[in-house]
Structure formats: C-alpha cells, structure tokens
Ligand binder design. Structure first.
Ligand SMILES: O=C(O)[C@H](O)[C@@H](O)[C@H](O)[C@H](O)COP(=O)(O)O
Length: 232
C-alpha cells in the first residue's frame, strides 16, 4: 500500500494539524454511522497531539477510544498507556468519550487478552482512526522484533482482536491489537517525531524482513494508506 508523508516545522504544528484531521474524521464517522472509534498508541510522542485533540468540539459522547497496545500494568502505574490517555486525552471536551482499556486485572496477561478482545469486539471493524507510533527498533503497536507472538501478530489471517506479546525491548508483557485489527483503519496514521525516527523510517522503507522491523508490515501491506505525520 502507499504511505504519504506529512512533514511539519515542529511538534506543536503537527499536533494541531493531526488533531484537526482526526477530529474531522471522527465527526464524519458520527455523521455517516452514528458513532466513531479510535485506537491510539502510548509512548512519549503523542502527548501534545492528545492535548490538542481533547479540546475539539465534536460529539465525544459518540466516540469510543481504545489503545493500540498496553503494558500489562494497572492504570495507576506510570508505565500505563491508559494513564497517559486519561491524563492527556480524556479531559476537556474529550472527557465525554467512552474509553475501553486493554489491561484487565487478571492473573495472567493471556486471560487479559481474551477479556479485552471480548470487550472491544463491537468496535474497530474497521477503526475510524488508528494512530501508530514507532520505536527506534522499528516496532509499532507491540509488534517488537523477536516478540513472542510476532508471527501471529503480523499474520493477515489472524482474527481481529488482542493478543499478548513479550519481547526484550518491551518491558512488561504487552497486550496489543493485531495487524489485522489496525491495518484497514479509515484513517491510518504513523506519528513519529525527531531526525532519529526519520532515519529509522528510511531504514524501514528499505528492503528487509518484516520481522526485523515490524513497522514494515504496515508500510508494505496495510489496506489503508499510511499517513505519516513527522516533525523534527
Ligand atoms: O506502548 C507503547 O510504547 C506504544 O504503543 C509504542 O508502540 C510506541 O508507539 C513506540 O514505542 C514509540 O514510543 P515513543 O513515542 O515513546 O518513541
């Protein structure tokens, strides 16, 4: 599939423009289908974008927000993506949105994945918006090189839903939507910032195995165009 580069002068300009595009997409979905769904990534990059999006006046009561992936930690843990979204996105106007967490207070991450899949099955067929990040190792979502379930995660025949992932670079065990769950989002965004991530993207766009840099699966096989939002 194709990738379209949207480059901005700085992170603040990117955050504003991406928030505008996402708000427009969510509103259009509500107009056409009566509701909208968005899956967002965690990490350090999206904070300004979340804050910009939270102030948009859209019908947030008809929007369901969930996570592309999550660390297997409760929402009071500083590593939690739920906490990041709670503090930066689900506030101001966006406080009215419905949020579906991936983390479940279960004995195992495997049990949490089964429950999270059940609890999110009503949305994301396809997502209206999916916001991906990318690590310096070329991972996206929790598709980490060497990950325990990487082959399953990237397999286009794996059903939509949430699976577990464990990998050296991942820290805690992870919960992640699969490639099949994310790749056909009506608006599929890769949000990266900094010269370093631009170099990582260039390497990912070069020939090589998907398992070496899993973002390659999205860049090469996503049904939707990958809208790359980048600022230095
Ligand atoms: O849980 C996570 O960490 C994210 O979902 C992950 O996929 C993230 O998007 C990348 O690791 C980039 O993270 P940074 O934005 O911190 O570089």
């Amino acid at each position: 599939m194709t990738a379209n580069m949207h480059a901005f002068a700085n992170g603040a300009e990117l955050a504003g423009k991406l928030a505008d595009k996402v708000a427009e997409t969510l509103s259009a979905a509500i107009t056409v289908r009566g509701s909208a769904s968005i899956a967002v990534s965690g990490g350090s990059t999206p904070k300004a974008f979340f804050q910009a999006l939270s102030s948009h006046s859209i019908d947030w009561g008809k929007v369901t927000v969930t996570l592309v992936d999550e660390r297997f930690v409760p929402s009071d843990n500083p590593r939690s993506n739920h906490l990041l979204v709670q503090e930066n996105l689900l506030k101001d106007k966006a406080a009215a949105a419905k949020f579906l967490p991936l983390y479940q207070a279960t004995a195992s991450v495997e049990e949490a994945a089964v429950i999270a899949t059940e609890k999110t099955k009503a949305i994301g067929h396809p997502f209206d918006v999916a916001i991906l990040g990318m690590g310096n190792d070329g991972h996206t979502a929790s598709f980490f090189p060497g990950g325990s379930n990487l082959k399953t995660a990237l397999d286009p025949n794996t059903p939509r839903g949430i699976i577990t992932m464990e990998a050296e670079g991942a820290g805690e065990p992870r919960l992640t939507f699969t490639f099949s769950s994310l790749q056909d989002a009506r608006l599929l965004v890769l949000h990266i910032e900094g010269e370093g991530k631009k170099d990582v993207l260039a390497k990912a766009e070069a020939p090589g195995e998907e398992t070496e840099m899993p973002i390659r699966a999205m860049l090469r096989r996503a049904a939707s165009p990958v809208e790359i939002y980048w600022a230095p």
